[in-house]
Design a protein. Structure first.
Length: 539
């Protein structure tokens, strides 16, 4: 076996949960630890002038990382912890320059809210265990050197010591990887797998940054035609004309979407149901534009889909929802969702942004390859996405990166496991009911209920044990399902085709369901989007 030990030197852990920035991440996810190993490796890359032995050792460390990413997810041995209360503080941004004069942090005026969730584990040591893995001596030694390069896991104040532990010095695992659905008391942890190192290297952008400095240095000393030729090469590679004040590209923040369910050894509990859509949604926050309500869902998300497809040609099937010949895809594809202030006491349904829900199985590399040109500029910084909404005006969206965004812009608001769910945008029925509601109202409701239950099964969820339908949403702030004043427009349809009926729904399942939950014929364009109903039993 092989085991990796980590000791928190201050006795505290400072690390933000990727799913909820107001919570601390404990135990540390295997994916976070792998990123720390990669960071230590990249930060100690030898220079061309260094001895061959140093460069060879560094290359072997890269081989060790590739060996590790191809192993099965590790078990964990971690103690219980005592989380500290989270306090929001205001801090200056890292870099702010005015007229080339850097402003001292104490005098910066544009401080931003930050949270630093922390916890005190009962034991300062945590172990990652691969009981069935046995690296050769060269790989084991390289992993030991990589551990020595890790100085923090999480925030810069979360100082650690890492080492390869002897098998007889490791405790019994407290969390083990589990196949199948997540259990009620289990945890979902971010892990790494084949291709993770390539993805992190692409995000780190070390070659791009080195090339920027190389060409910039050549331009500054060159003259005449030689200088113009190098400037032309710079413009071709970076898509922008060189100037002396131009900042170099920055590494992009990596997001590991690969997760694994973990349970306590020998523990059995109720499973959590999940749909075909990944709960790790990508959130875009409104920057500028007119105030719009949920009733503008179709216009907003249609414009967003057009912006996405304009940046990826040819458009892959998982984005467009169509096969290469134009036929509808037989697999789930990218869904766009309206993020609105709904379901709270003073909610009014206004839109704060949009989310992209990915089909399961679409890797981080593939997501980045397709969406990178839309979301990031040449320097790797998040950029605005401008959407023209016709008579509604112009909106700009940007990747949500704030530490304390509005709750509607937190993915867990829409994905937190719940037994009960209710729609904020009406569900467009997949087929037309045959029962006449005026002649047989109970039969009509029964038929609608069956259509909704089938819509749940269509996205991989179990059938609800109870369903209710109504023109009015159970969530405050959501428009009624019928068009008109305070109502939701009918989903556009082809000329000559019958209008599809739509209704709000409330559902209760016999197991917790993790979102996103999106139902019906308009689920890929914001209709049938549901939010957990957290008031317990049916109202």
């Amino acid at each position: 076996m092989i085991a990796l030990g980590i000791r928190y030197l201050t006795g505290y852990v400072v690390a933000t949960d990727a799913a909820n920035r107001t919570r601390v991440e404990w135990p540390p996810h295997p994916g976070r630890v792998f990123m720390a190993l990669v960071a230590g490796w990249k930060e100690t890359k030898p220079r061309p002038s260094d001895p061959d032995e140093a460069r060879t050792a560094w290359d072997i460390e890269g081989e060790a990382l590739r060996w590790l990413e191809n192993e099965q997810p590790p078990a964990l041995a971690a103690s219980q912890d005592d989380p500290r209360s989270v306090v929001e503080v205001y801090v200056p941004p890292n870099d702010m320059a005015s007229n080339k004069i850097t402003v001292i942090p104490a005098y910066r005026t544009n401080r931003q809210p930050r949270t630093f969730p922390r916890t005190r584990p009962h034991e300062s040591d945590v172990y990652f265990l691969w009981p069935d893995s046995e690296p050769n001596d060269t790989i084991r030694a390289a992993l030991g050197r990589l551990c020595a390069k890790v100085i923090r896991v999480g925030h810069s104040s979360s100082l650690v010591q890492a080492w390869i532990a002897e098998p007889d010095q490791t405790p019994v695992a407290t969390l083990i990887p589990a196949d199948g659905p997540l259990t009620g008391t289990g945890m979902r942890l971010r892990v790494f797998g084949p291709g993770t190192l390539d993805y992190l290297e692409a995000q780190y952008r070390s070659d791009t940054i080195s090339r920027f400095h190389e060409l910039s240095g050549q331009i500054e000393v060159a003259k005449g035609k030689e200088k113009k030729d190098i400037e032309a090469s710079f413009a071709d590679e970076f898509g922008i004309a060189w100037r002396k004040s131009l900042a170099p590209p920055e590494p992009m923040r990596p997001v590991l979407s690969l997760t694994k369910n973990y349970v306590k050894p020998g523990e059995r509990s109720r499973p959590i149901a999940e749909s075909w859509f990944d709960s790790n949604m990508l959130v875009l926050a409104k920057q500028e534009g007119p105030n719009l309500g949920l009733e503008s869902t179709w216009q907003l998300l249609t414009a967003l889909r057009g912006a996405i497809e304009s940046k990826c040609q040819p458009t892959p099937e998982w984005v467009s929802g169509h096969q290469s010949g134009g036929a509808p895809s037989e697999h789930p594809h990218l869904a766009l969702l309206p993020l609105a202030f709904a379901g709270a006491e003073h909610a009014d349904g206004h839109l704060l942004g949009a989310a992209l829900a990915f089909p399961r199985g679409i890797t981080s590399n593939e997501r980045g390859r397709i969406l990178g040109p839309l979301l990031y500029d040449a320097s790797g910084l998040a950029k605005d996405v401008e959407l023209t909404l016709g008579k509604l005006g112009v909106w700009t969206l940007r990747l949500e990166e704030r530490t304390s965004p509005p709750r509607a812009l937190l993915p867990e608001t829409w994905t937190e496991p719940s037994y009960t769910w209710a729609s904020i945008s009406p569900v467009v029925l997949d087929r037309h009911p045959k029962t006449d509601p005026l002649k047989n109202s109970s039969g009509w409701v029964a038929e609608i209920t069956e259509i909704v239950a089938s819509a749940c099964e269509r996205i991989g969820l179990p059938r609800p044990v109870e369903i209710d339908v109504d023109k009015t949403s159970w969530h405050r702030g959501a428009p009624r399902s019928k068009p008109g004043p305070d109502g939701f427009p009918l989903m556009p349809h082809k000329l000559g085709a019958p209008v599809r009926p739509q209704t709000h729904v409330w559902m209760r399942f016999d197991v917790p369901v993790r979102g996103p939950v999106l139902l019906g014929a308009g689920r890929y364009r914001g209709y049938g989007f549901c939010k957990p109903w957290l008031r317990g039993d049916r109202p």
